[in-house]
Design a protein. Structure first.
Length: 386
């Protein structure tokens, strides 16, 4: 077996069969990330490496308890973090009692029994909500928020692009909001490290409401090309909804993004985001700007070396690009109040098709993708796409 190219799941299987080199390859692959995480807790790379070594021993002993072999990296990093945190707790406990007695009148900040019970119930609710996410979204949430990895570290751990990580986090936040909003006593707060704009107003322009894709509705038809598809954009912190009718191809790709379906090669919107990144630019936001007759219009706002530019786009393309790039989606507030925007009320009777579309696309790829992707060249000869 070529250990350098084998996936984590295959290496775990080989290690369980006694292949020591396979386990060494697993630890080496995720060593830098584990040490970086431990260093944040312990404050020194030397102690961090010691913690990672102890975690490696624990992982080797408990490898048969790993339920998801393909997630060895996240598991190993979690063990390392637990070791590091355990050392910190031990160091604190071993401090001289005299230090602790310097302020005998200081009020205890430890939570009481009632607060502990409330925190435990809150944690259980959050874990249950996270467990309902799609696999890709759940992994991104756990690595980014629980283990504290950066976007680039999560991307390296999951073997995806930084844009895909941001897209998964954006999708996960949108999916978690309905379940977690009741836990807050005040207005809903987005699950994010930084404050995200919900409504912005320009000096001369409209008020922009942040929206997220919550569902794709589609009609029933044996021929996918004959189906009708509607993207539902829900106001992030409000009750308003904007339905936009789109084509089958755009709806299918959008469903694959929402369900975090992995593809062996970058698709069109992933390539577009990659090209922007290669040029030192990024998608800062997407705006659904207006409705003319029956047609919606949108722009993609790009920040680059030459400053900020707005690029005209179809809403279906702009929204797909926003999900891949992890950029917020804004809609002109007047559109959310415009009765013409929901002119075709039959979308309300259409069933949800997000999961079905993604599963159908994955099945078609599995059944009909050749071992080497082929296409017909200009001269009519079959060519292998590398």
């Amino acid at each position: 077996m070529d250990h350098s190219s084998a996936g984590d799941a295959r290496l775990v299987e080989a290690a369980l069969c006694g292949d020591k080199d396979a386990f060494a390859a697993l630890v080496t692959r995720h060593w830098a990330t584990a040490v970086a995480l431990a260093a944040r807790v312990l404050g020194t790379p030397d102690l961090a490496r010691d913690a990672a070594q102890e975690a490696a021993v624990a992982a080797m002993v408990g490898l048969d308890r790993l339920r998801a072999p393909g997630r060895f990296g996240a598991w190993f990093c979690g063990i390392t973090l637990n070791v590091a945190r355990g050392w910190v707790r031990q160091l604190r406990a071993e401090r001289p009692a005299a230090i602790l007695d310097q302020a005998p009148d200081r009020a205890s900040h430890e939570p009481g029994p009632d607060e502990r019970a409330e925190l435990a119930e809150l944690a259980a609710t959050v874990r249950a909500a996270v467990a309902q996410l799609a696999d890709g979204q759940r992994d991104a949430i756990l690595l980014f928020y629980l283990q504290g990895l950066t976007h680039r570290e999560v991307a390296a751990e999951l073997a995806i692009s930084v844009g895909a990580v941001k897209a998964r986090l954006h999708q996960a936040r949108a999916a978690l909001t309905p379940a977690l909003v009741p836990l807050t006593s005040g207005p809903p707060v987005p699950l994010s490290r930084t404050k995200e704009p919900v409504m912005t107003t320009t000096a001369r322009g409209p008020a922009w409401a942040e929206v997220s894709v919550t569902d794709i509705r589609c009609s029933d038809d044996s021929n996918p090309l004959n189906r009708q598809h509607v993207i539902l954009l829900d106001e992030r912190d409000g009750p308003r909804r904007l339905p936009i009718w789109v084509g089958p191809a755009e709806a299918t790709v959008l469903a694959m993004s929402l369900q975090a379906v992995e593809t062996p090669r970058p698709m069109t919107y992933q390539m577009a985001a990659g090209l922007l990144d290669a040029c030192g630019s990024r998608v800062s936001e997407v705006r659904i700007t207006r409705l003319a007759d029956t047609v919606f219009y949108a722009v993609v706002v790009v920040d680059g070396p030459a400053g900020q530019r707005e690029v005209d786009a179809r809403p279906s393309d702009a929204i797909n690009l926003a999900l891949v790039a992890g950029a917020p989606i804004l809609a002109d507030g007047t559109l959310l109040d415009d009765p013409r925007a929901g002119r075709r009320d039959e979308w309300q009777d259409l069933p949800s098709g997000t999961a079905a579309l993604a599963a159908e696309a994955a099945e078609w790829r599995r059944r009909f993708a050749p071992t080497a992707s082929q296409h017909v060249g200009p001269g009519g000869q079959g060519q292998v796409q590398k």
